[in-house]
Design a protein around this ligand. Structure first.
Ligand code: PLP
Length: 422
């Protein structure tokens, strides 16, 4: 069963209550503005999503009433801040269904989460001649750290290829897995193509060979439901700013047994048990990986964003987003001169496209004049652009607060672009 089918089929009564998108939009103050005299149409959610009022309020409550440092203080404010911060960690645990709250390490985002594993696990356990498998559709955040590690250690990076639709070739993956493979690191959902990868299957095949798997969940946490125990992934990372929380928030999940045997990431305060000039011993999980003062307000905001997602019904949001993506795919692909990049059977949120004879940057600029925010560029996935032989794409990416009317506005603006360049 595919990831989407699992969510839709296993949640009873999803169709009973229609999605009241106008009600939902009320929760997001940023959406109420005009840009260049037009109502803002925000379709850059894969880069950063918007923040609901309840999350803004929770962050400002910390700044107004609780602002102080965590863990180290015995005074009232510090204890309140610590309770809020650790409360957010428990919300994360439930959100991804981790077994133990100590498996949820706060980081600044997915990039930092992957780098933490590269330094803590990779530098300790990966040796000369070993191999790391990634996929052809990774974000640079899940390519460059592994390349750096391979260079340092004399290890080899192997890449699971994809087909023209932007789907991974699992037979080729099987052929890459061997006794030299020491880690597999793949994204759950591609930010450039929208493909939902069959990560459960990818993990199961790696585990048959005893190989741990890191899932880059930057694009799946906001658009799917995630259960790290069901996936059985060894590491899973997410970015708060892509799931309705402030920038600077994020998580790397890791199985206890792996986190415990890893090296710390950064050294400093809060990650130690004892320090002498001769030797330092490290704190237990999760503190061992959280040196220095973290982004307290942002992580508390992530907890509030999770509360918000639970309150609106995550499965219902997934269902609505799938409907919207289907509508947008039909509407935009019907425009002559437009080619979609990324046509996998299972997709989430993302519609990448090119327009014949128009550079994507010009598309982005003209759409902005219409008040429509899309991303134009390589989306930090240059190998994907090289595969499709395009310099860049324009990318519209959706959230559960976007509407069919906004898709229509996008379609009209694209037609305008084509007119300007014809
Ligand atoms: N991985 C994927 C799939 C992404 O889409 C992104 C950001 O776009 C990242 C990793 C990096 O996330 P961050 O910039 O929050 O560290």
């Amino acid at each position: 069963m595919s990831a989407i089918e699992k969510i839709l089929l296993e949640t009873p009564g999803l169709e009973d209550e229609p999605w009241d998108v106008e009600r939902i939009r009320e929760d997001f103050p940023v959406l109420k503005q005009t840009v260049n005299g037009k109502p803002l149409v925000y379709l850059d959610n894969a880069a950063s999503s918007q923040v609901p009022q309840v999350v803004i309020d929770r962050g400002s409550k910390y700044l107004r009433e609780e602002h102080s440092n965590i863990h180290r203080g015995v005074h009232y404010l510090s204890q309140r801040a610590t309770t809020a911060y650790e409360g957010a960690r428990e919300k994360v645990r439930r959100f991804i269904n981790a077994r133990d709250v100590r498996e949820c390490i706060f980081v600044r985002g997915a990039t930092e989460g992957i780098n933490l594993v590269m330094h803590g696990y990779g530098r300790k356990f990966i040796k000369e001649g070993d191999e790391i498998i990634i996929s052809a559709m990774e974000h640079h955040a899940n390519i460059v750290p592994w390349q750096m590690l391979c260079e340092e250690k004399g290890a080899r990076l192997r890449v699971i290829p994809m087909n023209e639709a932007g789907e991974l070739l699992l037979d080729e993956y099987d052929a890459l897995l061997n006794e030299r493979t020491k880690l597999v690191a793949v994204n759950h959902v591609s930010n450039a193509l929208g493909t939902i990868n069959p990560v459960k299957e990818i993990i199961a095949r790696a585990h048959k060979m005893g190989v741990p798997v890191l899932i880059d969940g930057a694009q799946s946490a906001p658009h799917l439901t995630v259960d790290v125990q069901d996936l059985d992934c060894d590491f899973y990372t997410l970015s708060g700013h892509k799931m309705f929380a402030p920038t600077g928030s994020g998580v790397i999940y890791g199985k206890t047994e792996l986190l415990e045997k890893m090296n710390p990431f950064q050294g400093g305060g809060d990650m130690i048990r004892t320090v002498t000039f001769e030797k330092t011993t490290y704190a237990g999980l999760p503190n061992k990986f959280e040196a220095g003062t973290p982004a307290i307000a942002s992580q508390i905001g992530l907890g509030a964003a999770i509360d918000y997602l639970n309150s609106i019904g995550r499965e219902r949001a997934v269902r609505y987003e799938q409907e919207l993506l289907r509508y947008a795919t039909e509407r935009i692909s019907a425009i002559e001169g437009v080619t979609l990049i990324g046509t996998a059977r299972e997709k989430a949120s993302v519609l990448s496209f090119i327009i014949e004879n128009v550079h994507p940057h010009d598309v982005g600029t003209i759409l902005d004049q219409e008040g429509i925010a899309v991303r134009a560029g390589h989306h930090c996935a240059q190998p994907v652009m090289q595969f499709f032989k395009v310099p860049a794409t324009a990318r519209a990416s959706f959230a559960f607060y976007n509407t069919k009317e906004e898709v229509d506005a996008l379609a009209h603006a694209i037609e305008k672009v084509i007119e300007v360049f014809s």
